[in-house]
Write a protein that binds this ligand. Structure first.
Ligand code: DGL
Length: 275
């Protein structure tokens, strides 16, 4: 019988964003094999209705599970916020982790004054998952959510900085972070979308150096390690290998994926799948 601990950890995102989580995971757990699926044919998820997001997510997850994995990491805030309970029910007893709880933990740890701004897709912000998750960890915190829809195509296009990106970020965030605002000043900006870490430098310029910018990648890697340890599923020894699946356009996945991973990815390394 196959030793389950040698199976890969699967990661899923609507596109490239989840690669920010994969990067953190492969650094933290270098012996693990990682299997990544980006549903680029259906991207973006964040502007779609909850039922559509759930339907797409369940299909994508099933594709990964069918190939034999020991854990599923939903490396997409939009999919986590909309579909985590359904995924857990459908895939039980497979462990399924999302990125919202780890992201909320990162923000709750980082903030000194409890004034937190979370940015994400329309679906994530309007569903209130982050607001609820932070309230569970730090009930006295004040959380303001803001949908920043255009950040997803900017990141997928590889436009990470420059006047245009800063201008768009200012349009979304200036009323919260401009020096003229006299309301309680947020000290933490939580990137509640796995695409947004690519824009971090531009965002820091817009919100100012005193604001801490956090995301869910590192804390998700922490919780994956904790869960694998708890279930005695950590792979002991060996060198982990990453496999990349996409539902559309392998060469674009390789090109943009290289930016997210900060290392070259070749088209031949990306497999096209239908779901
Ligand atoms: N990466 C996804 C997230 O973390 C958003 C991208 C999309 O809209 O599909 O929410």
């Amino acid at each position: 019988m196959k030793d389950v601990s040698t199976l890969p950890v699967a990661l899923f995102d609507s596109g490239m964003g989840g690669l920010t989580v994969l990067k953190a995971l492969s650094r933290r757990l270098p012996t693990e094999d990682l299997l990544y699926l980006g549903d680029t044919a259906r991207l973006p998820y964040g502007t779609k209705g909850a039922e559509t997001i759930v339907r797409y997510t369940l299909k994508a997850a099933q594709k990964l599970v069918d190939s034999g994995v020991k854990m599923l990491v939903v490396a997409c805030n939009t999919a986590t916020a909309a579909a985590l309970p359904q995924l857990r029910e459908r895939l039980w007893p497979l462990p399924v982790l999302g990125v919202v709880e780890p992201g909320a933990l990162a923000a709750a740890r980082a903030s000194r004054n409890g004034e937190i701004v979370v940015i994400g897709t329309e679906a994530t912000i309007s569903g209130g998952a982050y607001q609820r998750a932070i309230a569970r960890i730090r009930p006295e915190a004040h959380v303001l959510g803001r949908a920043c829809t255009l950040f997803v195509p900017l990141a997928e296009e590889g436009w990470m900085d420059g006047p245009l990106v800063e201008g768009i970020a200012r349009r979304y965030l200036a009323d919260i972070f401009s020096p003229a605002v006299t309301a309680a000043r947020p000290d933490t900006l939580l990137l509640g979308c796995t695409h947004f870490p690519l824009l971090q430098a531009a965002l820091q310029k817009v919100v100012g150096p005193q604001v801490r910018i956090v995301d869910s990648a590192a804390t998700t890697a922490e919780s994956v390690e904790a869960e694998l340890t708890r279930l005695n599923l950590l792979r002991r020894g060996g060198v982990g290998h990453c496999r990349f699946l996409t539902t559309d356009n392998q060469s674009r996945f390789a090109r943009t994926g290289s930016l997210f991973l900060e290392q070259p990815l070749k088209t031949a390394e990306v497999e096209l799948v239908d779901i």
